[in-house]
Design a protein around this ligand. Structure first.
Ligand code: C2E
Ligand code: MG
Ligand code: MG
Ligand code: MG
Length: 277
């Protein structure tokens, strides 16, 4: 990047493009310092079992509180973290914090349901990923079955490597969930080759409930697929009663979304779970 900016090529870029590069550059630099400056935090969003209405887990969502820009969403910085390699340290920090928090909640008597942590594609394909997960589990003393790893179905790009990693993670005793399911073309074809525990229906499909047949057909197909593989299926981004009703009628197991709760800080999550909020 530095090379590009110093060269003549740079003058050819339109103003807009220049801003983009500038913004990326600046985020990249700030991202390098963000960990040591303690600018990351975690939010937790509960998941519910539809049939019993019971809390059955939570997903961890990272936030970056930039000193000047305020909260920056992961969609804006995870890609940059992947490109710069910073994802290794940020990802490990997220996993450590999540496991430690979960351990505390279990000790405080909250239900023994898994905590879900997202791993990006680059992170998942890293040589050291299984070792890293094993190390964090050991350090935190969290029972492995209380950790669920979420990877997007894009990991099927490298099915051989992914199968190996999935098997090694399963051997550690953790659970695995395929996130944003249904968005990639290869998902249906190869899913039976990956022994995962859960499919997460992408929220764009959930948003399409009641707006024509297309999204609904994909949703019911994913649910049937999960049933036929005897694995769990979660709908994410559930915001309305109508969506919940459709998912209930189509035998979706679990839901996650604003309908029940927005992602909460650790403190608020605890209050929410204790029925104080
Ligand atoms: P995701 O894993 O698919 O997470 C679901 C996203 O939907 C989250 O956005 C969540 O805040 C949002 N959401 C939850 N309920 C609702 C709802 O009812 N309606 C709507 N419209 N949205 C809802 P968020 O937190 O901005 O995260 C975006 C993506 O960034 C995540 O998508 C995940 O792929 C990635 N991400 C988040 N945290 C981490 C992390 O710690 N590590 C890595 N590698 N990626 C992360
Ligand atoms: Mg996720
Ligand atoms: Mg998702
Ligand atoms: Mg997503």
């Amino acid at each position: 990047q530095a090379k590009l900016i110093g060269s003549d090529t740079y003058n050819l870029y339109k103003h807009e493009m220049r801003l983009d590069i500038h913004e990326k550059f600046h985020i990249e630099n700030d991202l390098r310092r963000a960990l040591e400056k303690n600018e990351f935090s975690l939010l937790f969003q509960p998941q519910y079992h539809i049939a019993t209405n019971q809390y059955c887990g939570e997903e961890v969502l990272v936030r970056w509180d930039h000193p000047l820009e305020g909260l920056i969403s992961p969609d804006r910085f995870i890609t940059i973290a992947e490109e710069t390699g910073l994802i290794t340290s940020i990802g490990k920090w997220v996993l450590q914090q999540a496991c430690l928090q979960k351990k505390i909640w279990i000790e405080k008597g909250l239900p023994e349901v898994p905590i879900s942590v997202n791993l990006s594609l680059r992170q998942f394909l890293q040589q050291s990923i299984v070792e890293m997960v094993a190390e964090v589990l050991e350090e935190s003393e969290l029972p492995p079955h209380l950790l669920k790893i979420e990877v997007t179905e894009s990991v099927m790009i490298d099915l051989d490597r992914t199968s190996t990693v999935v098997k090694q993670l399963l051997a550690l005793g953790v659970k695995i969930s395929l996130d944003d399911f249904g968005t990639g073309y290869s998902s249906l074809q190869y899913i039976n080759q990956l022994p995962v525990h859960e499919l997460k229906i992408d929220q764009t499909f959930v948003a399409g409930i009641g707006k024509g047949k297309q999204a609904e057909e994909i949703i019911s197909m994913i649910i049937q697929l999960a049933h036929s593989l005897s694995i769990s299926v979660v709908a994410e981004g559930v915001e309305t009663k109508e969506q919940l009703l459709y998912l209930t009628q189509n035998n979706c197991h679990k839901i996650q979304g604003y309908y029940y709760s927005k992602p909460l800080t650790g403190n608020d999550f605890e209050l929410f779970m204790n029925g104080l909020q």
